[in-house]
Design a protein around this ligand. Structure first.
Ligand code: PMV
Length: 330
């Protein structure tokens, strides 16, 4: 068990590919969805924040005449022997090499990521973004934000089926974002906000959660559509609250969003008890974040000191790990 800080301003300085001779490095950060998960699938807005201290890193070098190799925590070997879970990385690497206009090349790619997989923190999108940035560095090429997004969405489609695209924008943008209909805009933060993120210890399948909500909506649209509409209202209001720095209002909306997501069937008893533990320990608000059915809970603290108390309470309630992060002006 540990409690590590996510606040690492230096990591924002490394978000572009960096080249030196025939090697290059790319980085990207994790993300958490503060409001609007699931509703975003139906065209509603969503609001995501960067987690700068949790990063994915890709190092790449040319290896002419040898088969392309990938080394990661999951797998080490040639692309041809890569197992299915490496599919998004292979797709991202290919898409990035092709997008430079120079075509496929033999490379050696090393991936290191501190972002836990399957926790709704954007792990697959961050790895793909780091790979694309490393490729850009290697080829001394610049991907604008749209080109980068397109590459990462190709990897995300292999990872998740039909992702809304929020992860791909959120892990590549250093500021909080409002996302809707495939487009992202950055949000000003009126007053720094300290969040504690608690891992439920359970893998959450976003595809399964999205399919569950869809089935519910198909069976009872007149009940579910107003809930989705309410989630959209909460997102828009929370964006205003964040601009004004109104913690109380944000916290209240987090609790309401969690209740709605529970009614949509994407919470679990563990996620529910972590939200209760955070509230009992004095959090302004708490909710599941991301697809649900596992993954993480996000709790809003009053201060960095109170965040420590919240983290203790969340670990006492069974979270195997917690992280503290500050979302501030960029
Ligand atoms: O589980 P995550 O953080 O990748 O979030 C998925 C967000 C959803 O709205 C549930 C799905 C999507 O594609 O936007």
């Amino acid at each position: 068990m540990h409690n590590s800080s996510l606040t690492d301003p230096s990591s924002t300085a490394h978000t572009r590919g960096e080249a030196s001779a025939d090697t290059a490095q790319g980085l990207a950060h994790a993300k958490a969805i503060l409001f609007g998960e699931h509703a975003v699938v139906y065209g509603s807005p969503a609001f995501a924040v960067p987690l700068h201290g949790l990063a994915a890193q890709a190092d790449i070098r040319y290896s002419p005449g040898r088969e392309t190799r990938i080394e990661s925590q999951l797998f080490a070997g040639t692309v041809l022997a890569a197992p299915e879970p490496m599919g998004p990385v292979v797709a991202g690497l290919r898409a990035a090499l092709e997008a430079t206009g120079e075509g496929i090349a033999e490379v050696e790619l090393t991936i290191r990521s501190a972002i836990p997989h399957g926790r709704g923190l954007g792990s697959s999108a961050a790895v793909a973004t780091a790979v694309a940035r490393a490729v850009a560095g290697l080829r001394e090429h610049t991907f604008d934000e749209f080109a980068l997004h397109e590459i990462v969405q190709k990897a995300e489609t292999v990872a998740h089926g039909r992702p809304s695209g929020i992860d791909a924008w959120a892990v590549a943008t250093p500021a909080p974002i409002r996302f809707q209909g495939g487009r992202a805009t950055t949000i000003e933060v009126g007053r720094p906000l300290t969040f504690v993120l608690a891992d439920s210890g359970h893998h959450g399948s976003t595809a399964e959660a999205v399919a569950g909500v869809r089935a519910l909506r198909d069976s009872a649209p007149t009940t579910i559509d107003p809930m989705i509409a309410r989630l959209a209202e909460l997102t828009e209001s929370a964006i205003d609250d964040v601009r004004r720095g109104d913690r109380d209002a944000i916290g209240g909306r987090m609790l309401e969003a969690h209740r709605l997501l529970t009614e949509l069937g994407v919470s679990t008893p563990t996620l529910g008890s972590l939200v209760d533990a955070a509230t009992a320990a004095g959090a302004r608000g708490a909710k599941l974040t991301g697809g649900g059915l596992g993954g993480c809970v996000l709790a809003l603290a009053d201060s960095a000191e109170q965040a420590e108390e919240l983290a203790d309470a969340l670990r006492a309630a069974g979270a195997p790990r917690t992280w503290t992060t500050e979302v501030s002006r960029t």
